[in-house]
Design a protein around this ligand. Structure first.
Ligand code: TRH
Length: 405
């Protein structure tokens, strides 16, 4: 079989939106670009609805963008397994489904899609087989990543062309801001989108923006960083929400201001629209996994708030990415990038970089904006040659040949 005709993707939502964000993107790409009949099994349709408002969590089955969406319930229904089975982030398939896979005459290609990491060991583990201890089945580990020896990154066929068309046409951004109810940027303003977890560096950064000599407009999607933003403005005592509550076409939009800082609270937008926000901003703050990748496709300077892990291993992952990302940069630019990213991730002064105040780290980073912008565009272009969905389909073909021989 050259191409899978059917594909089951299993997604357990551990927390936040990254698990479903990645699975939904992959499902849409297989269905829309490769004509695969995809069933997406999700254990939390309410979280799914946040990034795709068309989802009705009450339905036992629904088709959205050519993907069949099914709630992952227990007991799991008796169904014929697909040609390609994707277990996202080791979410553990239902036992009855695994048994049914073993009963298929031509066994499905079973892939465990792993989390993204820039660490070196990923290359050695990508595509490794793990035979089932009892059943005639093999599960393969598939690692996304940043080098040709990894599975690459999720990238829609037309994304970069759509991004460039959006940027070429000034009316596109104007229309986008209008729909969100946000005024277009002032000429000397820095416009940032801020999607992060709770972050101890945030109040200091807001203060630096407010006290800075150039206007900053910060767009904060509803979510985990927002209570901290609100607290900051409560403490400094300026809430714009009452006098500024009827902005553009989005009457509920909240805003705050102090000094040179304007903050606008954005509703969580549909996943496809989130890209436009990244394209339209000068600098993007992103987090987790999927928004981190999308900021790279946006080809603009960005800042990553990595998903914090209790044992601190996330810092190794952060540094592994920084090492790759900064490789082509002049030493002073690389240092400004590293110091600022470490400060944003609560690591100021703990690594090899000097400890400096958050505002200073930001200003040094900002001072290199033209170079970082150029670098971000080149980086996106370089990464775009290694496409995760295409690699998975190639892998299916290769494993298929082994199964048939
Ligand atoms: O939400 P995240 O923090 O998700 C994850 C999960 O916590 C997961 O368990 C963890 O393993 C992983 O991080 C590392 O961040 P992420 O990955 O960026 O996912 C957010 C998704 O939400 C992404 O698909 C973009 C989408 N999104 C929208 O659709 N609209 C929006 O307005 C915004 C801000 C985001």
């Amino acid at each position: 079989m050259n191409k899978p005709v059917t594909c089951d993707i299993f997604c357990a939502v551990v927390d936040n939106y990254g698990d479903i964000g990645v699975c939904w993107r992959l499902a849409r790409q297989f269905a829309g670009e490769h004509g695969v009949a995809v069933r997406l099994w999700v254990d939390d349709l309410a979280s799914f609805r946040k990034i795709c408002p068309e989802i009705d969590p009450a339905l036992p089955a629904q088709t959205v963008r050519n993907v069949e969406i099914r709630p992952w319930v227990s007991p799991f229904p008796q169904i014929e397994p697909a040609d390609l089975v994707i277990e996202a982030f080791a979410c553990k398939l239902p036992e009855s489904y695994i048994t049914a896979m073993a009963h298929r005459q031509l066994k499905p290609v079973w892939i465990n899609l792993e989390h993204l990491s820039a660490e070196d060991w990923v290359e050695g583990c990508h595509r490794l087989p793990s035979p089932h201890p009892q059943l005639p089945l093999v599960k393969y580990f598939f690692f996304p990543g940043f080098t040709p020896q990894t599975g690459g990154l999720l990238l829609e066929r037309d994304l970069l062309a759509r991004r460039d068309a959006f940027r070429r046409d000034p009316r596109a951004a104007t229309a986008f801001w209008q729909v969100l109810g946000v005024p277009p940027p002032k000429p000397d303003e820095t416009r940032v989108s801020l999607f992060s977890y709770e972050n101890s560096a945030l109040p200091e950064l807001l203060a630096a923006w407010a006290e800075g000599d150039k206007p900053v407009c910060c767009l904060v999607p509803e979510g985990r960083a927002l209570p901290q933003v609100k607290r900051y403005f409560e403490e400094v005592g300026r809430d714009l929400s009452r006098r500024d509550s009827h902005v553009g076409s989005n009457p509920g939009l909240q805003g705050y201001s102090r000094g040179n800082l304007q903050v606008r609270v954005l509703p969580f937008v549909e996943q496809e629209r989130y890209d436009e926000l990244l394209w339209a901003c000068d600098i993007n703050f992103v987090r987790g996994e999927d928004s981190f990748v999308r900021a790279q496709w946006a080809g603009r300077p960005f800042v990553w708030h990595i998903y914090p892990q209790l044992d601190g291993v996330h810092i190794q992952k952060l540094r592994a990415f920084l090492a790759r990302y900064c490789a082509g940069l002049a030493p002073d630019v690389a240092q400004a990038q590293r110091v600022w990213w470490e400060a944003w991730n609560g690591e100021a002064g703990r690594g090899t970089e000097p400890k400096i105040p958050v505002g200073e780290a930001w200003n040094n980073f900002l001072a290199h904006r033209p170079t970082l912008r150029q670098h971000a565009a080149i980086w996106a272009q370089q990464l775009s040659g290694n496409n995760l969905a295409l690699n998975m389909l190639d892998f299916f073909r290769e494993v298929g040949k082994i199964r048939a021989s």
